[in-house]
Write a protein that binds this ligand. Structure first.
Ligand SMILES: Cc1cc2nc3c(=O)[nH]c(=O)nc-3n(C[C@H](O)[C@H](O)[C@H](O)COP(=O)(O)O)c2cc1C
Length: 165
């Protein structure tokens, strides 16, 4: 009988699936911007408008986002790799040098993001060592024409458009 696949194989195989790179942001109870890099963003429903993402149970940032009335999902541009890395690192002062303006919920919309959605919490499910968070979309905008960042096989890269586009 073959052994069930382990987490290393899971990571290696799942790495072949390209994912978008977004920053999920909010204001904590003190009104301080908080955020985390997320590759698990997905769209869910048109009626009502729902999106989702999967924060790790071990995340120290998600509990702060969870206390906010809403959160923003920011689609990062190819030249925002530094923001991706900053918001993926644990620690204080993640927003140093990052420009932002408030979405209607107050959640930070990052300067230079290609698109953003402002959401309220619709549901939070437990799923293994992660949560599945569903957000009801209250406002959304696509601001940029540039190439997004994607995560593929363990690396960050810009989406390259074909010459025919
Ligand atoms: C490309 C990329 C995608 C990521 N996707 C997720 C994700 O979907 N869920 C998650 O919990 N963490 C994800 N992370 C890790 C978090 O950004 C990061 O570990 C965490 O927010 C920092 O720790 P903290 O939450 O304790 O501040 C990702 C990191 C990178 C670089």
């Amino acid at each position: 009988m073959s052994a069930p696949p382990g987490s290393d194989r899971f990571r290696a195989v799942l790495g072949h699936f390209p994912t978008s790179v977004v920053a999920v942001t909010a204001l904590d109870r003190a009104g301080t911007p908080v955020g985390m890099t997320v590759g698990s963003f997905f769209s869910v429903s048109l009626d009502p408008l729902l999106v989702g993402f999967c924060p790790a149970r071990a995340s120290t940032t998600f509990p702060k986002i969870r206390t906010a009335p809403g959160f923003a999902v920011n689609l990062l541009a190819h030249d925002q790799e530094w923001i991706c890395r900053r918001l993926a690192a644990r620690g204080a002062d993640k927003f140093r040098g990052i420009g932002w303006r408030p979405a209607p919920s107050g959640a930070p919309v990052l300067e230079g993001a290609l698109a953003w959605l402002d959401c309220t919490f619709a549901d939070v499910h437990e799923a293994g060592d992660h949560y599945v968070v569903l957000g009801a979309v209250a406002a959304l905008e696509a601001d940029g024409e540039g190439a997004p960042l994607v995560f593929l096989k363990g690396a960050l890269e810009p989406v390259r458009r074909g010459s025919g586009n």
